[in-house]
Design a protein around this ligand. Structure first.
Ligand code: CMC
Length: 432
């Protein structure tokens, strides 16, 4: 594709600026508007970044109209079928699929970084038993800079590499510690003989008083969910990691900011909200009444797990997860799970409803993921932590890409000010 030329003209003064578009390897052309303020004294205004690219990236590509998601060029369905979360993490971090030797070295490094400093582990004791796990995870991740000083020089590539491996290795341990703290159970240390997801399941569900054997089917299902959640280009949490990281803050602080941004129900918190919604609906017979409330703008109710800023056709991850629900629930003997049946029926009814059709609202990645997490025994309050755990690979990749870019600048949006114009201070006694 070749670039196009645009002209921006002030129709009052006739002053015109020609702008040539930037052309990426995929996707629409991009108008570089950075010089508008210099040349014309005007800002651009695009709340919610509806049509604004905030950075260049070579990590993930989404075509929302065609339902395409590529990690480093590889289609998500191929990765879901053939790869593993750690291989995908390597791909996102390094840009290429690993050779056997590279993968061995990478998994070896991740495996050797799984333990947490004991003082960091003791931090969990300071939280109330019913603290939301996302609050604990975000706080503990932010605190890592206080424990791992040897990886906070962001200008040292080796520090950056160790940080990347360390956070990817330790995030399941942190998630498990949050879970065990909420359960009032003793913490279970990581086991380096287990693969990434089996180790996570063991840390979650093993107890000192009896044997626990990880079901390989559970580990595989979890691994697949992690692949699907590993990255999604410039979403709210990734953009938060980039914005925080652009200040030069330590990388753990940037990732913690991402965890906090992910927590909201419009983003990663939707998986928890979907199961709450399904429980509230309770029965297929209540679906029409529920959808009536969703369509009533005054009710302030959304069909959680539906709609996406970028996907206006279908979310390819949702299609894979729906299939996986059939398979996993079938194998686990829960194919008649009432929540899954309700979700299927809700989707079917919504997809025939003019409200959702006209707005191009389809199920997103979070519509079905919670059903699988539930089938694996993971409680609702941990769903968004699972998302954070998987997305850590993406956040770290974006942070690394940004920090290594010589053109990196602090992120600093402008605004359309609508507050009071300049006015003079009035003494309190004279105020009415
Ligand atoms: N239920 C009902 N109406 C909806 C929904 C929904 N889930 N999503 C969008 N709409 C309507 C919205 O009311 C608006 O209607 P109108 O044009 O009449 O005012 C129209 O569709 C466009 O919505 P929007 O809020 O302007 O779209 P957005 O791109 O700003 O929001 C979204 C995207 C994901 C925040 C939104 O679709 C939503 O709130 N969905 C439910 C929460 C959810 O499932 N989030 C997970 C997203 S996927 C995982 C992730 O990336 O974290």
């Amino acid at each position: 594709m070749s670039s196009s030329r645009y002209q921006i003209t002030n129709l009052g003064t006739g002053k015109a600026t020609e702008i040539e578009t930037l052309v990426g390897s995929e996707g629409p052309e991009v108008l570089p508007l950075g010089s508008l303020y210099r040349d014309h004294g005007v800002f651009t205004f695009d709340p919610g970044f509806m049509a604004t690219a905030a950075c260049e990236s070579a990590i993930t590509y989404i075509d929302g109209d065609a339902g395409v998601l590529l990690y480093r060029g590889y289609p998500i369905d191929q990765l879901a079928q053939h790869s593993s979360h750690l291989e995908v993490a390597y791909l996102l971090l390094n840009g290429q699929l690993p050779t056997a030797d590279q993968f061995k070295a990478f998994t070896g490094s991740i495996t050797r970084h799984t333990m947490l400093n004991e003082s960091l582990l003791r931090m969990f004791g300071g939280f109330h038993h019913d603290a939301h796990p996302m609050a604990m995870v975000s706080a503990v991740v932010a605190s890592m800079a206080a424990f791992y000083h040897d990886t906070t020089d962001i200008y040292d590539p080796r520090h950056r590499e160790i940080f990347a491996h360390r956070i990817i290795a330790k995030i399941p341990t942190i998630a498990a510690a949050a879970y065990k703290h909420a359960q009032g159970q003793p913490f279970v240390y990581p086991r380096n003989d287990l693969d990434y997801t089996s180790n996570m399941l063991n840390m979650f569900f093993a107890v000192p008083c009896e044997d626990y054997k990880v079901d390989p089917l559970h580990a595989k299902a979890l691994d697949l969910l992690f692949i699907l959640h590993a990255d999604h280009e410039q979403n709210a949490s990734t953009s938060t990691v980039r914005l925080a990281g652009s200040t030069g803050c330590n990388p753990y602080a940037a990732i913690s900011a991402g965890v906090s941004a992910l927590w909201g129900p419009a983003h990663g918190g939707a998986n928890e909200a979907v199961l709450e919604m399904l429980a509230d609906i309770g029965d297929v017979r209540n679906v029409p009444t529920f959808l009536k409330r969703v369509k009533d703008k005054d009710a302030g109710v959304r069909l959680m797990g539906f709609g996406h800023r970028v996907y206006k056709n279908f979310d390819p991850r949702a299609t894979i997860i729906r299939e996986m629900c059939h398979k996993v629930l079938g194998q686990l003997g829960g194919s008649d799970d009432p929540m899954f049946e309700l979700a299927l029926r809700l989707e079917e009814i919504a997809l025939q409803d003019e409200y959702f059709v006209s707005r191009k609202l389809y199920p997103n990645v979070d519509f079905y993921s919670g059903i699988i997490y539930s089938a694996l025994g993971i409680p609702r309050s941990m769903f968004t932590v699972m998302f954070a755990l998987a997305r850590t690979a993406g956040w770290v990749s974006h942070w690394l890409e940004m920090i290594a870019d010589p053109a990196m600048k602090i992120g600093r949006p402008r605004q359309l000010y609508r507050g009071p114009a300049r006015r003079d201070y009035v003494q309190m006694v004279k105020r009415k």
